[in-house]
Design a protein around this ligand. Structure first.
Ligand code: PLP
Length: 401
């Protein structure tokens, strides 16, 4: 893609991304290249070796045109990226990226509202290899700035945060990391590069769980990390050393999802907003944690920095105990219970983030005492009026035990 293609509309870019003729051949989509061995012409060719570069046949662990097409597409969609690495899950993208930039003795700063498995990774694998992780409150810039020391080499950001959906000031957090000589990584799964061009906002490595919006159909796991040239090369060599590669069949599913991503994100964002507004009118609900909703926590920063939203948001219940919350969630017919999100189907899960916090309080002190039990919704492609009717019945079941 030439630079001028970046001026084209998002839909146009999503349709064209990664579809090089040399990879697709005479058909629309890049075929699924199932390949371990790549042939060499003769002994001289083998001896010369194929350059270990993207887009060059070498060996299956370096991918083939199917994987190259997806990586290329994601690079085109992430302004400022030189390249993109693919990983077998979103969590693998996070772990590989951290392993690529950290070594024994380093300090990692991690946002307190990180995706819980990121926290578990820090507290086990990274700890065992001698990396110390310090957690910070992403809404307290001064406290965060004070945590840096000589050994701080990387910062893991996430916005909005998992479960509690806080939006934080990523440009400011990334800038503080930069002035302290630390690499800033962001788990950009919620917005993806479509809603939040993370590298343009100062981050060094933009990580997404492609399992969510790009996959979009709850049938594939994959992750990506996009970065500028220097860090991309670091990610690439690290993945090669670790032997990490993604399957071409899975890649084809993700490539298919990429083409309709804008439509699905638009639709789920609109539906989420309609449902969030309705929840705001309900006496059973104490807070609606949806940054697209005017007046909700993080809305101003979301408006300033994001160009899109998605269907994932949370709310808290007023005066409901865990049994009442379970009655609500269990009674829903159109929302299934399960992890992950970003598929076409709606999901609901109860959440209790307090046990996963060490640097910030949940619920926030200013909310006062009382129950603030949370429910996270992932809004799918169903009609929002039906989802609202389902929730309305659920509230009735919750109240009439
Ligand atoms: C789901 C998710 C991941 C992990 O993705 P998997 O593909 O399920 O490993 C990482 N970060 C966030 C914010 C997620 O929601």
């Amino acid at each position: 893609m030439s630079d001028s293609d970046n001026d084209k509309g998002l839909g146009t870019r999503l349709v064209g991304a990664g579809r090089r003729r040399e990879w697709t051949g005479p058909v629309v989509n890049p075929p699924v290249w199932r390949a371990s061995t790549h042939f060499y012409e003769d002994c001289a060719d083998l001896k010369a070796g194929h350059p270990n570069e993207d887009g060059q046949f070498h060996y299956g662990t370096r991918g083939a045109p199917t994987q190259w097409a997806l990586a290329d597409a994601l690079t085109e969609l992430e302004p400022g990226a030189f390249g993109t690495m693919l990983y077998p899950s979103g969590l693998a993208a996070l772990s590989h990226s951290l392993l690529a930039v950290l070594k024994h003795g380093d300090v990692l700063l991690m946002t307190d509202n990180a995706y819980d498995p990121s926290r578990a990774l820090a507290n086990t694998v990274l700890k065992n290899m001698g990396v110390e992780t310090r957690f910070f409150d992403p809404l307290d810039l001064d406290g965060y700035a004070e945590l840096f020391c000589e050994r701080t080499k990387a910062v893991l950001l996430e916005s909005p945060g998992s479960l509690t959906i806080e939006v934080c000031d990523i440009p400011a957090l990334a800038e503080i990391a930069r002035t302290n000589g630390a690499v800033s990584l962001i788990d950009n799964t919620w917005a993806s590069s479509l809603g939040f061009p993370a590298l343009e906002h100062g981050c060094d490595i933009s990580i997404t769980a492609l399992t969510k919006h790009a996959g979009g159909h709850a049938d594939v796991l994959m992750g990506s990390a996009s970065a500028g040239e220097k860090l991309y090369r670091k990610l690439r060599i690290s993945a090669q050393r670790l032997g990490t590669v993604v399957s071409p069949d899975d890649t084809a599913l993700v490539l298919r999802g990429v083409r309709t991503m804008e439509l699905r994100l638009q639709r789920t964002t609109e539906s989420a907003l309609v449902i969030a507004k309705w929840l705001q009118t309900r006496t059973e609900v104490s807070r609606v944690l949806c940054p697209m909703l005017p007046g909700a926590p993080g809305h101003d920063l979301w408006k300033r920095d994001f160009s899109g939203g998605c269907g994932l948001f949370s709310f808290t219940l007023a005066n409901a105990d865990a049994e009442a919350r379970a009655r609500l969630v269990d009674s829903l017919k159109l929302f299934d219970i399960g992890y992950s999100w970003g598929g076409y189907e709606s999901l609901a899960i109860p959440f209790d983030p307090a046990k996963n916090r060490s640097a910030s309080a949940w619920p926030p002190a200013e909310w006062g005492t009382g129950e603030h039990l949370g429910v996270r919704l992932a809004i799918g492609l169903e009609d929002p009026k039906d989802l609202i009717a389902d929730l309305e019945l659920g509230f009735a079941v919750m109240e009439n035990s």
